[in-house]
Design a protein around this ligand. Structure first.
Ligand code: WT7
Length: 647
């Protein structure tokens, strides 16, 4: 794989934290002497009791161990707040930009600290204890950051559920986590539309799965109407007023959980990815500084919702650990019009803009003029994450948004990895549109073939990581077996990412996308199995198979094959009904793009659906469907091709 164009290290980055020689030397040290490297860099975090051990890890599946800084103790909220009070207590920690363009709020480190302490005390008053799981179902607002940090302060495990998920999806996550506490708001606002969060929570709590919930803390935010359950619901603002403004932080072991976050896998229910405290804080802090070449005074804007890992690591924990000013935007980049993103950059003099390729492609579709009236000259660095970026979108981001002044760091990582794993350090690496380039310190990527042989040189294969890094997930909440099976059983002794990648002659990595049954729709991960089980729950659906297909804006679109129950008519009305049905069961991110009626699905004699064929039909690659001779009924394929014409 060759790059069409290569961008040399920009002059603006010649004084970056890490130059090319430093990268080479530090990378070598991080691999040859991880204890020495991380032992030194771990000190960037404030410890209550310093660690004496650094790395204690093994990827042997029969003897799996992932422990970092294991005898150290610390508190994440102290690292994000208290330690900044003396030097920069009055500096803005969070710039809140509301959905409506005339709403901004500036919250200093001192204010954020006080709010966090108050809410931490309030949670304690409700009976929340160290190790309890607290579910957040919140808009992108300051109180959400406060609630997360307050959990961290008292050692409760926050589980943020993206506010776009349906009541049913929320209930499943509450139930899986055994979460007795939920924090929400009356409503959220996005793109001028109100989202009935409290009413969704009420509906979720009617599901048997969510019967564990004892208390719901409700923030009166928009003032919208809602039902109130006296025995269960508690007023957020009332609690804050009554609470004491100082809360002693809980002393947490490095390996005590900090949070869990649900993400989709290739099979079954979403997994609660569990992250612990010490390694996560060290790694998010160091990657935030080096990958984004963070400088004191920079305004850092990560556009991801806090319901995703990117929001956890690079809106909140990484930037706050480094004493940065982080921007929290409530809305969407195209409201009230497409110039909003540029307007926010100008208004707050944003230095770093970190976003997803799908958002760039959506803006690009509007043409170059969407940035008219904005200058964006404050931008020093751009970043992308979440899905492969096509070179055209990369070039557009660089030229139109960044005025050809700001390098782009294309960062590959996952909910599971906690922080950036492969991505350019802007002072150390040339940029190639579409390539995530080189691994971060301590990260050892490798490519394996399907037999488990490591591939050398310029080639393509399945991406694995050969040794542990500090922010690695430690387990799937409540299901350690599944953790081992998912990540350590495909190959011996390495972490399997689920992604495919290519490596070029220079040793740079190009991520090609998932190699399992996980879709990446607009940078959001979605298991095909989740969408399928939502569909078969409809009483007119006999069977469903879901695959991805190339989509101009979303990256991957959702293509659904549906076999109806005997006697049911395939009508347009039913098609619309099924689309709505999936939205209601999972959330708008799972909205099917195409539903194709399928009289039958291509299956092997053992009954396994041959997705390869379904993917090809969905992607219009019907010239070469490959070997169909092992199908139980090869005629099914002709039928599908025929119906396809009418989709
Ligand atoms: C999956 C992880 C980046 C963290 C937020 C998403 C895909 C992620 C890239 C990239 C190509 C990427 C992978 C990965 N992905 N970053 N720079 N280039 N693909 O975290 O929801 O856990 O999704 O996103 O397929 O496995 P996530």
């Amino acid at each position: 794989m060759a790059a069409d164009s290569v961008y040399p290290i920009s002059d603006s980055m010649k004084d970056a934290h890490i130059n090319r020689e430093q990268y080479e030397a530090m990378y070598r040290e991080s691999i040859e002497d991880p204890d020495g490297f991380w032992g030194r860099h771990g000190k960037r975090i404030d410890w209550m009791r310093p660690y004496t051990k650094v790395k204690n890890t093994s990827f042997d599946r029969n003897n799996l161990s992932i422990r970092w800084f294991e005898d150290g103790t610390l508190n994440a909220s102290v690292n994000c707040l208290d330690r900044h009070l003396a030097d920069r207590g009055d500096q803005t920690a969070i710039i809140f930009e509301g959905d409506e363009p005339d709403v901004s709020r500036y919250v200093s480190y001192r204010e954020l600290h006080e709010k966090t302490c108050r809410f931490a005390n309030a949670l304690k008053g409700l009976g929340v204890k160290k190790g309890d799981v607290v579910t957040l179902y919140m808009p992108m607002i300051v109180e959400t950051a406060v609630a997360m940090l307050a959990c961290a302060r008292i050692g409760a495990i926050h589980s943020v559920v993206f506010a776009g998920f349906s009541p049913e999806a929320l209930a499943a996550r509450i139930g899986n986590g055994g979460s007795r506490f939920v924090i929400t708001a009356d409503e959220g606002v996005r793109g001028g539309r109100r989202i009935p969060l409290k009413s969704n929570v009420d509906q979720a709590l009617e599901e048997p799965a969510a019967s564990v919930v004892e208390r719901v803390v409700v923030l009166g935010y928009t003032g919208g109407a809602m039902q109130w359950h006296d025995s269960r619901d508690v007023d957020f603002n009332g609690l804050m007023e009554e609470a004491e403004p100082w809360c002693e932080p809980e002393e947490m072991n490095a390996e005590d959980p900090l949070f869990m976050l649900y993400t989709s896998g290739s099979t079954g229910a979403p997994k609660g990815v569990l992250h612990t405290t010490g390694g996560y804080m060290v790694y998010t802090s160091i990657t935030h500084e080096y990958v984004f070449d963070y400088r004191p005074g920079d305004v850092f804007w990560c556009t991801a919702d806090v319901g995703w890992i990117t929001g956890h690591s690079y809106t909140l924990y990484g930037p706050l650990a480094n004493g940065a000013t982080t921007l929290l935007y409530e809305g969407i980049p195209t409201y009230p019009d497409e110039s909003r993103l540029g307007r926010i950059v100008d208004k707050h003099q944003v230095a770093t803009l970190y976003t997803a390729p799908t958002g760039i492609r959506a803006l690009m579709a509007g043409g170059d003029h969407v940035m008219d009236g904005t200058s964006r000259t404050s931008l020093r660095l751009l970043g992308t994450a979440g899905e492969p970026i096509n070179p055209q979108a990369w070039e557009w981001f660089y030229r139109v948004i960044g005025n050809e002044q700001a390098p782009i760091v294309d960062t590959w990582w996952q909910t599971e990895t906690g922080g950036v794993m492969i991505g350019p350090l802007p002072g150390a690496m040339e940029l190639k549109p579409g390539s995530a380039t080189r691994p971060f310190f301590g990260v050892q990527p490798a490519l394996f073939d399907s037999e488990g042989n490591e591939l050398e040189g310029a080639t393509g294969g399945n991406l694995v990581i050969k040794d542990s890094w500090p922010a690695q997930m430690r387990t799937i909440f409540g299901d350690h077996e599944r953790f081992i099976k998912t990540y350590f059983s495909t190959y011996d002794g390495v972490y399997f990412t689920g992604d495919g990648a290519k490596r070029d002659e220079d040793g740079d990595y190009w991520i090609t996308g998932r190699v399992d049954d996980v879709l990446n729709v607009s940078g959001h991960r979605l298991g095909t199995a989740e969408v399928e089980s939502a569909l078969v729950a409809h009483d007119k659906v006999a069977e469903a198979a879901v695959v991805g297909y190339p989509h101009d804006v979303k990256g991957e679109g959702i293509y659904v094959y549906v076999t109806l129950m005997k006697g049911e008519e395939p009508t347009d009305a039913l098609r619309d009904e099924l689309v709505q049905w999936v939205r209601q069961r999972i959330g708008p991110i799972a909205t099917p793009d195409v539903i194709q009626w399928a009289p039958g699905l291509p299956k092997t004699r053992s009954g396994k659906i041959m997705r390869r064929i379904l993917r090809k039909i969905a992607s219009n690659e019907t010239d070469n469907l490959g070997d169909t001779s092992t199908l139980a009924d090869p005629g099914v394929v002709d039928e599908l091709m025929e119906y396809r014409a009418f989709r």
